[in-house]
Design a protein around this ligand. Structure first.
Ligand SMILES: *Cc1c(COP(=O)(O)O)cnc(C)c1O
Length: 368
């Protein structure tokens, strides 16, 4: 068996090479590197895919979170609730706009923010909740939006890992006041470099976000305010436009892969990913829990199978947040899980044979 990488971006490129090459050539032949038709059409297509009124392209997913926080008026003195397990962008964006991230423990089965714990973390300073649809699993948006209404706070969804995920048959990113997407190459919809987007149904947020991302301009050379430079570039937009057509199929293939893993691993009695009722998990990652993770990873590595951990240290336990003096007991679920979670390879091009090879070796690793 050949090596099984954790992700295989090249396999996806090869499967659509003529279209991608033509899209890149089209951008170069018209020099539409910044702004222009490709960006405009991707924004329209992605808004339609998600089912949101507005889509604004930007430099990356971290910028998308930051700009949206600014667009809804978050700044100095404000608190923003974020899950204890996520990629650091979620909390970093909060600090970047001068506010304070307040970490909330996650749910043991779904890995997403725990609504009960949200309630006990809200204070008079709380302005926004950022639920993360972690690994592609939709956070429980009905409960989160009910709390947000009760306490009059805004919700910005972090959809960076959840392109194609549905909650009650509706795309993630359409429940909160606005949502951030990342098109980092390894995401479910990935560019060939950095790229991101913001979506919303709120015209005011859309206008403000577009301004902030483009130097505060209302029209060329007229600045309503100081903004910043965060752009989706033409090459990335053209590539994303090609790939967007395949996204639904690719998510379906990820789901088939995940179900295949489930059926082969069921008998092991370890914690497998759970798809919550009324949700369509987009399986950005296939995350299990294992005892003695270092041993398991080492065994799989020796068999040519690359695995990963998302994430080995819960955010509040990172040195970056030492000054907040959080204790492991503050996040019993996230802290317990961080020592056991293991992400197995999963991407649309992964074959059944490869999945079977991973499962055979994982079974062996767990039995020694
Ligand atoms: C990838 C990711 C981001 C940030 O996206 P970038 O495009 O890399 O800036 C934000 N949140 C989560 C949960 C992510 O996984």
């Amino acid at each position: 068996m050949e090596k099984i990488p954790f992700v295989d971006l090249h396999a996806q490129y090869i499967s659509i090479k003529p279209e991608i090459d033509a899209a890149i050539a089209a951008v170069i032949s018209t020099s539409s590197y910044i702004g222009g038709q490709h960006v405009k059409s991707f924004e329209e297509n992605f808004a339609a895919f998600v089912g949101a009124k507005y889509c604004i392209g930007c430099g990356n997913g971290t910028d998308a979170l930051e700009i949206l926080l600014q667009a809804v008026g978050v700044g100095e003195g404000d608190e923003v609730l974020v899950p204890a397990n996520s990629w650091i962008s979620t909390s970093e964006a909060v600090s970047s706009v001068g506010a304070t991230p307040v970490f909330v423990d996650t749910n043991p089965l779904s890995y997403t923010i725990n609504p009960e714990k949200i309630k006990t973390s809200i204070t008079a300073k709380t302005k926004v909740i950022i639920p993360v649809h972690l690994y592609g699993q939709p956070a429980p948006m009905d409960e989160i939006m009910a709390i947000a209404r009760e306490y009059n706070v805004k919700v910005i969804e972090d959809c960076a890992q959840a392109h194609g995920a549905l909650y009650k048959n509706q795309s993630v990113g359409t429940f909160g006041h606005a949502a951030a997407f990342s098109f980092y190459p390894g995401k479910n919809l990935g560019a060939y470099g950095d790229a991101g987007a913001m979506v919303t149904n709120d015209e005011k947020i859309a206008t403000q976000a577009r301004r902030i991302a483009n130097h505060g301009q209302i029209k060329k050379h007229y600045h309503a305010m100081e903004g910043r430079n965060s752009r989706l570039d033409g090459l990335q937009a053209a590539i994303l436009n090609v790939k967007l057509k395949y996204l639904t199929d690719w998510v379906e293939q990820r789901r088939r892969g995940a179900h295949h893993y489930n059926s082969l691993l069921e008998a092991l009695g370890i914690q497998l990913p759970q798809e919550l009722p009324e949700s369509r998990h987009a399986y950005h990652l296939y995350v299990i829990q294992v005892p003695n993770r270092p041993k398991v990873q080492k065994y799989l590595h020796a068999q040519g199978i690359e695995t990963s951990v998302q994430y080995p240290v819960a955010l509040p336990m990172q040195p970056a947040y030492e000054h907040m003096h959080y204790q492991p007991e503050d996040f019993p679920v996230a802290v317990r899980q961080m020592g056991h979670i293991l992400s197995l390879p999963l991407y649309p091009e992964l074959s059944d044979t490869q999945i079977e090879y991973v499962c055979t070796n994982l079974t062996a690793a767990l039995s020694i």
